[in-house]
Design a protein around this ligand. Sequence first.
Ligand SMILES: Cc1cc2nc3c(=O)[nH]c(=O)nc-3n(C[C@H](O)[C@H](O)[C@H](O)COP(=O)(O)OP(=O)(O)OC[C@H]3O[C@@H](n4cnc5c(N)ncnc54)[C@H](O)[C@@H]3O)c2cc1C
Length: 388
Amino acid sequence: MSRPLAVIIGAGVAGMSAAWWLGRSGWRSIVVERAEDLRDGGYMMGISGPGYETAGRMGLIPPLEKVSYAINENVYRDRRGRELLRLRYRDFLKDLPYLALRRNDLIRVLRDALDENTELKFGCTVETIRTEGDRAVVGLSDRSTIDCDLVIGADGFRSASRRLVFGEDENVLEHLGYRFAVFDVDDNIKLEADFLSFAEPGHLAEYYALNGGRLAAMHVWRDREATAPPRVEDRWSMLERVSATSHPMVRQFLKDGAAGDPPTIDSLTMVNLPTWHKGRFVLLGDAAHCLTLVSGQGAGMAMASSEVLAQELAAAQTVPEALAAHDRRLRPAITRLQQRSRRMAAIFIPESSFAFHARNFTLRHMPRAWLGKYFANSIRSEIDLVST
Ligand SMILES: Cc1cc2nc3c(=O)[nH]c(=O)nc-3n(C[C@H](O)[C@H](O)[C@H](O)COP(=O)(O)OP(=O)(O)OC[C@H]3O[C@@H](n4cnc5c(N)ncnc54)[C@H](O)[C@@H]3O)c2cc1C
């Protein structure tokens, strides 16, 4: 009997994980990706909790460890260079497993784990999606159409597939009041720690030491109005404005960075939808419920929810029943994580000088065991998602 076929839109963490899990459940997949090829680098992220467990069941911990970075401590300095805080990761994580790695290294590991049941189509976008009866038909930008059993929208928080199926994003996007920027730069200064942060009211700039004398830089700052990403030509100047009174090292990294590729800049925006499926279409990962970087679980949940989807497809009589069951199982965990993101966003980077110093004082003097307990509980809280 021939395998059922899924078209997966987006070769990100969600799309690649879904292709892997569907392959294991007897499906074939065609993954359609807008980019011309897999990219290098990308921002640093942590995989822990449910995502780590899912990666373990995929047999991917050894290859992920090979591309991961040891991060020991994060040193926080203010705009004058004074030390505000020093956080040792093992104080929080204890023996909880955690992998720090670059987004695109994770994607490569997922891609390398795919078998002949997955076809990747780069440089291609989706233009139409029709789901009727027991079939779905996807129209692509290369003028081809694919008749399939399931369509998965895994094209990130600004998902085009979501708009094609659910309509315009009215009341769907919840802006958390921040923008972020990520870029790579040469480490001409030699960081004093593997992870260095400059914090000031309303703005945080962080640097991770990478292999080969490079740094992964991330800025996050308060911006209530942020909606669409800025034009490419405006990105460095936007960062310079945000960093006008930051520590000289922050401004130097911007000058050095400007010789390379433009930064990625976007807003911290959650996606809220009452349902993630319609007919034979389902949303996965950020396209469904973007948790944003403040949750620390967006990629992990994209991987875990792919596993849940494959389990439900294997168990249900029909595809729509499986999509409904996937929604029911995932929803409580996503609701909790989104609530946590909202709470975290409120205190992540205090805007007023008073709140900023009060927050730092609290973190400095709070017993490490309490902080550790908070982090460990956050990581553990959804760990049983797939097994229950
Ligand atoms: C700075 C930063 C730090 C983060 N840190 C962490 C962390 O520590 N831990 C964690 O778990 N999560 C973290 N996250 C969140 C995590 O990166 C996301 O939740 C995760 O990448 C979502 O994966 P995704 O596949 O749903 O979407 P994406 O990674 O956005 O992938 C979507 C893919 O779809 C493609 N695409 C877009 N539109 C189309 C189209 N029209 N047609 C075809 N293809 C299309 C894109 O090119 C992309 O390849 C962080 C995010 C950021 C920005």
